[in-house]
Design a protein around this ligand. Structure first.
Ligand SMILES: Nc1ncnc2c1ncn2[C@@H]1O[C@H](COP(=O)(O)OP(=O)(O)OP(=O)(O)O)[C@@H](O)[C@H]1O
Length: 300
């Protein structure tokens, strides 16, 4: 488990992370969302043991990570500014990582080279931005770390590659309990990938949730009434986050289970009532509003 407790990181007199506290469980895919400059890369660098904390602690399985070679051997960091040896191709980089990571698997590397459409003998500096990201992800997966840190790793990946990476990550997690932390400034990017999401704002985790729990907690329901019932009527019986009416149609976001809410609306005389899935972003907006934050002012 990764445990950050009141973690502080300063650059000169600027505080990039201020008392960040969170726990990330083994085997999870944790999405770290935040606007530009919110501190995502800084947090990943602290987890990777690249930066020393200026306050608080960051521990993996109870051990501090800074300059901890044992932990570093089990952590692979795909940074936003990718590093490759000068003039190297992927085979050179595979050799390089094999010399660093005791768990590097040549077999896995060879298999990954058949999945991704990249020439392992071509110089990486001739690759496009998305191809370089793919090369870095291949190295990360072939190194078989316990912890894979992906900083904006899906930036520039096309949908097919994205789907392939998603599947590879979940297979890896299922087969050997790898933990993945992935950052993005876009919650939509993480929607279908992560099981936990944390929102970083001005160097602090403002809000974090398990995605299944988030999605189960709310539902969006459309219904039609003729004649229309005053909306106040529903507010008495349902825990409504948002409700609007256009003509005879009602749209509502409610805390609860969509089949139960639809049933209630039908009992109230709805001509039809159906639940529609909420996006992760919608759920976040409502959850954050419920605890008094304005999501749109934080993420954009
Ligand atoms: N080496 C550094 N020296 C000085 N300031 C830094 C340094 N690294 C980060 N910062 C500052 O710390 C803050 C957090 O930066 P960080 O790169 O962690 O943000 P981020 O959330 O990853 O942003 P982005 O989405 O734009 O990549 C920013 O204000 C940044 O300017």
């Amino acid at each position: 488990m990764i445990k950050a407790t009141s973690l502080v990181k300063c650059f000169g007199d600027f505080t990039a992370l201020s008392a960040l506290t969170t726990e990330i469980h083994k085997g999870s895919i944790y999405g770290l969302v935040g606007s530009n400059g919110s501190g995502k890369s800084t947090f990943l660098r602290l987890i990777a043991g690249v930066y020393m904390p200026d306050g608080g602690t960051i521990e993996i399985d109870g051990q501090p990570v800074f300059e901890n070679t044992q932990i570093k051997d089990k952590t692979f960091f795909v940074a936003d500014d990718l590093y490759f040896l000068p003039q190297s191709n992927m085979n050179d980089m595979a050799k390089f990582y094999k010399s660093i990571y005791s768990t590097f698997s040549e077999e896995k590397y060879a298999k990954l080279c058949t999945i991704f459409p990249l020439d392992p003998r071509k110089k990486i500096n001739t690759f496009s931005k998305g191809m370089k990201r793919q090369a870095a992800i291949i190295m990360g997966l072939a190194s078989q770390p316990d912890l894979l840190l992906l900083d904006e790793a899906f930036d520039g990946l096309d949908p097919i590659i994205r789907g392939a990476v998603r599947k590879l990550l979940s297979d890896e997690i299922a087969s050997r309990d790898m933990t993945v932390i992935i950052t993005s400034h876009n919650l939509r990017e993480l929607e279908d990938l992560c099981d936990h999401v944390g929102l970083l704002h001005k160097g602090e985790i403002m809000f974090e949730r398990e995605i299944d729990e988030l999605k189960l907690g709310f539902c969006k329901v459309h219904a039609a009434f003729n004649p229309m019932i005053p909306l106040e009527e529903f507010k008495k019986d349902l825990s409504i986050m948002q409700i609007s009416a256009t003509g005879s149609l009602i749209n509502m976001v409610v805390r609860g289970i969509s089949s139960e809410v639809s049933e209630y609306l039908l009992e109230k005389g709805a001509l039809f009532a159906e639940g529609v899935p909420l996006t992760l972003e919608e759920v976040f907006i409502h959850e954050m509003e419920a605890v008094g934050y304005d999501y749109n002012n934080i993420i954009f």
